[in-house]
Write a protein that binds this ligand. Structure first.
Ligand SMILES: Nc1ncnc2c1ncn2[C@@H]1O[C@H](COP(=O)(O)OP(=O)(O)OP(=O)(O)O)[C@@H](O)[C@H]1O
Ligand SMILES: [Mg+2]
Length: 329
């Protein structure tokens, strides 16, 4: 039993009340996180929520002002060196030297961290991330996706027990994104614990066993992706030609979703959020047809991160939940 325990689960990351201020900015206001060993935790939140600050604290790059944490079985502050030896981190900004080739970058990294057999380990990782062919070209000429994969490879040089990834796929095309996702899944298959931050609900959905929604420096909600989506529901919208049809469409949506529809009279649009996972677009359209509602457009949209935050912070209301002035600190 290497790590701190809570009940019967073993946690690779366990933080309590982590706080960090930057002058006036209270970036973290008591962050409680529990990441079970061998799982992927997705830390989701809007810009400025404190995701990167959390990663920098948990990887010992910054010292917390208050609170405590154990990472890979060691105290974050008192045993920072031990924590550092057991973790890997890929930051939001890539740490690759563009003048060096991919292979040289990895070897340099391996030497910096005194990894035995640096050359062999570099070759193994280049191969694993599909970078063997480009390995001996300067990284400055590599695509964003390739550089990101090289960055990830660098963070794996030391076979970390816990891997921290700060927005690993932001700005990447779908193919590169998939390569990173595959790599993360492979790692967790080998028992590595992964904490990744993301702004993409889909990414968390694909990878994470658990999600921690961070809002203004605190965890506002935790749950599995399915739990989160079930909380939020699918957004159905119908656009019609005139005000009369709008009322009829609202009646149909009300019946189908069991939720209070909201009307947009300017666009003659009506929307409602449903938690009924079986509602399909054909069924929605057929039901509207049967009710004699002349349709211009109909859509079903899965929940977005915005929807999640609307639901899980202040709920739908007259103000935007990200608006600081509306909430007590
Ligand atoms: N070194 C710093 N100096 C001053 N303020 C900082 C510093 N680092 C972070 N902050 C502030 O702390 C808050 C949290 O920032 P952080 O980078 O952790 O957010 P984030 O969730 O990672 O956002 P993003 O999605 O944009 O990456 C922000 O208000 C930010 O401006
Ligand atoms: Mg960030």
């Amino acid at each position: 039993m290497r790590y701190g325990r809570l009940m019967t689960t073993t946690y690779a990351v366990l933080s309590e009340g982590l706080e960090k201020r930057f002058g006036e900015v209270h970036a973290l206001r008591g962050l409680d996180l529990a990441v079970a060993e061998g799982t992927v935790c997705g830390v989701l939140g809007p810009n400025g929520a404190g995701k990167t600050t959390a990663v920098r604290l948990l990887t010992t790059l910054l010292r917390p002002d208050a609170g405590s944490a154990r990472v890979a079985g060691h105290d974050l502050v008192r045993e920072a060196a031990a924590v550092r030896r057991r973790i890997g981190v890929t930051g939001q900004d890539t740490s690759i030297d563009g003048d060096l080739t991919g292979r040289e970058n990895l070897r340099l990294f391996a030497r910096l961290h005194r990894v035995d057999g640096a050359a062999a380990r570099a070759a193994e990782l280049l191969d694993r991330f599909g970078l063997a062919e480009a390995a001996d070209r300067p990284a400055s000429g590599w695509s964003g996706g390739m550089r990101r994969r090289l960055d990830l490879a660098a963070s794996l040089i030391r076979r970390p027990e816990v891997l921290f990834l700060d927005e690993p796929t932001t700005g990447l095309d779908p193919a590169s994104r998939n390569l990173i996702w595959d790599a993360v899944r492979e790692l967790t298959g080998e028992g590595t614990t992964v904490l990744l931050t993301t702004q993409y609900l889909e990414e968390a959905d694909r990878l994470a066993d658990d999600i921690a929604l961070v809002d203004r420096g605190r965890v506002a909600h935790t749950g599995s992706p399915a739990e989160l989506k079930a909380l939020v529901g699918t957004h159905a919208e119908v656009v019609v030609a005139d005000a009369e049809a709008l009322v009829a469409a609202a009646g149909v949506l009300d019946r189908l979703t069991g939720a209070q529809p909201s009307l947009d009279r300017e666009r003659n649009a009506v929307g409602a959020v449903t938690k009924d996972a079986t509602l399909t677009l054909p069924h929605l359209v057929r039901t509207l047809d049967a009710a004699g509602v002349p349709l211009l457009d109909a859509s079903l949209r899965p929940p977005t991160l915005d929807d999640v935050f609307l639901r899980l912070t202040d709920g739908p209301g007259p103000h935007h939940p990200f608006d600081d002035k509306e909430r007590a600190a």
